[in-house]
Design a protein around this ligand. Structure first.
Ligand code: M6R
Length: 369
C-alpha cells in the first residue's frame, strides 16, 4: 500500500500534487464562483462576520497561520489564529459575529473539538476544514469544507497540510466573494494560479536529488534552525516541527525579523539555518529583508540552506545551497516551499534508521485533552 515508497510519509509527500488538485476539484465554476460542501449558516450572517478566529493544533495550526495572511488580504476581516487548547481556557471574546474556522486532519482532535464546542456555545458560527468525512468536528460545526487529501497514515502530517492550506485559500476567496471584497476577475486569477500548483509540486519532487543528498549528510546534526517571513514564517515552523517529530533533532522555526531580538545569539560556526525566501516579484521590501537576514546569519558562521523562487539570483552569493521552487504569487508560496522541508526531514530521519511513519511518543490522532 506504500506504492513502492519506503514509508507512508514518503508516499504521502509524493501524493501532494494530487491532494491539492483533488481539494481544488469541483469547488468553483468557470466564472470563479465558489461553493462549500455543507453550509448550515445563512450567507447573510456570514456577511456580518467582523472577526475570524482560526483554531487548530500542531501542523493544522500552521495551516491556520497561512490562512490568516490570505483571509486578511482578500477579505479584510481581522483574523486571529490560536492553538485550540489555549483558546479554550482563556475566556475568549466570541459572539455571533465571530466566525470560528477549525482545521483538523482527523476531525477528532479533542483539543480542537472542545474549542469548537465552546465557541459554538458562545454563539459563534463555526466552519470546519477537515480531511475525514463524517468525523466529529465537522459534524458539530455549522459548515464544512473537506480537504480531499485522501487518508493520511504517517503520524507526521504532509499532504493534509497542503490540502488544509488549499482549502483555507478557497474559504478566503469564498468569503471575499460573498462580501464583495474582491473582483471576480481576481478570484479567477488566484484559482488559475492554484490550478498550476500541482504540476509545480511535481517538479519539486522530481528534482529533489541534491536536497536528499544534503539531508543524508546532515544526519548527525544536533540542531537546525528555520527562518521565514510573512507566509514563509509558518512554513519555517512546519519545517522545524517535521524535523523534531521524525528525526528527533532539535529544530526551531523563527520569524526572520525576530532574529536580532534574541535567536541570532544561537548562531555559531556551522549552525545549519534554512531560510524560506519570498518571491522577488512580490513586495520588494519583503524579499530584500529576508535576503539581508540570510547575510546576517551567514556573517556569523551559519550554513545557509535557502529555499527560493526559480530565477532568484540574489540569494546565490549568501547560500551554501539553494533549492529552487517554481514561480507563484507570494501568498500561495507555502504550497511549494513546504515541500523541500518535508523531503529533507523524511530523508534525514530515514538515514538515521528511524521509523518515519511511527515516531516515538506520538499518536496520529490526539483524542485526549
Ligand atoms: O488531526 P489534526 O489535524 O487535528 O491533528 C493536529 C495535530 O495533532 C497534528 O497536526 C500533529 O501536529 C502532526 N503530528 C503534525 O505532523
Amino acid at each position: 500500500e506504500k506504492g513502492g515508497f519506503s514509508s507512508f510519509m514518503e508516499k504521502e509527500i509524493n501524493d501532494q500534487p494530487d491532494a491539492v488538485a483533488q481539494t481544488l476539484l469541483g469547488r468553483s465554476d468557470l466564472n470563479g464562483k465558489l461553493t462549500l460542501d455543507e453550509v448550515r449558516i445563512d450567507p447573510e450572517l456570514l456577511k456580518q462576520v467582523d472577526k475570524i478566529i482560526v483554531l487548530a493544533c500542531g501542523t493544522a495550526a500552521y495551516a491556520g497561520l497561512v490562512a490568516k495572511y490570505a483571509i486578511e488580504n482578500w477579505c479584510r476581516i481581522p483574523t486571529e489564529v490560536e492553538l485550540a487548547h489555549e483558546f479554550r481556557y482563556r475566556d475568549p471574546i466570541v459572539d455571533s459575529n465571530t466566525l470560528v474556522v477549525s482545521i483538523s486532519q482527523s476531525g477528532e482532535t479533542m483539543d480542537t473539538l472542545m474549542a469548537v464546542r465552546y465557541a459554538r456555545e458562545q454563539g459563534a458560527k463555526t466552519i470546519s476544514i477537515c480531511n475525514t468525512n463524517g468525523s466529529t468536528i465537522p459534524r458539530e460545526s455549522d459548515a464544512v469544507l473537506y480537504t480531499h487529501a485522501g487518508p493520511e497514515i504517517a503520524v507526521a502530517s504532509t499532504k493534509a497540510f497542503l490540502a488544509q492550506i488549499t482549502a483555507a485559500y478557497l474559504l478566503g476567496l469564498y468569503l471575499a466573494q460573498l462580501r464583495g471584497n474582491i473582483f471576480s476577475g481576481q478570484i479567477k486569477d488566484v484559482l488559475a494560479d492554484l490550478n498550476k500548483i500541482p504540476a509545480k509540486i511535481q517538479k519539486i519532487l522530481d528534482n529533489a536529488g541534491p536536497l536528499r543528498e544534503l539531508a543524508r549528510s546532515m544526519k548527525d546534526e544536533k540542531s537546525v534552525l528555520f527562518l521565514g517571513r510573512h507566509v514563509g514564517y509558518p512554513v519555517a515552523l512546519e519545517g522545524a516541527l517535521k524535523l523534531k517529530e521524525i528525526a528527533y533533532i532539535h529544530a526551531e522555526g523563527f520569524a526572520a525579523g525576530e532574529l536580532k531580538h534574541g535567536p541570532i545569539a544561537l548562531i555559531d560556526d556551522g549552525q545549519p539555518v534554512f531560510v524560506v525566501v519570498p518571491s522577488p516579484r512580490g513586495r520588494d521590501s519583503l524579499h530584500a529583508k529576508v535576503v539581508s537576514n540570510i547575510q546576517e546569519v551567514r556573517a556569523r558562521g551559519a550554513r545557509t540552506l535557502v529555499i527560493a523562487e526559480e530565477g532568484d539570483e540574489s540569494v546565490k552569493d549568501y547560500a551554501e545551497h539553494v533549492f529552487y521552487v517554481p514561480e507563484t504569487p507570494t501568498l500561495l508560496m507555502p504550497l511549494l516551499t513546504t515541500v523541500p522541508l518535508q523531503i529533507f526531514a523524511a530523508e534525514l530521519a530515514g538515514a538515521k534508521g528511524y521509523d518515519v511513519d511511527q515516531p516515538r511518543n506520538l499518536a496520529k490522532s490526539v483524542t485526549v485533552e
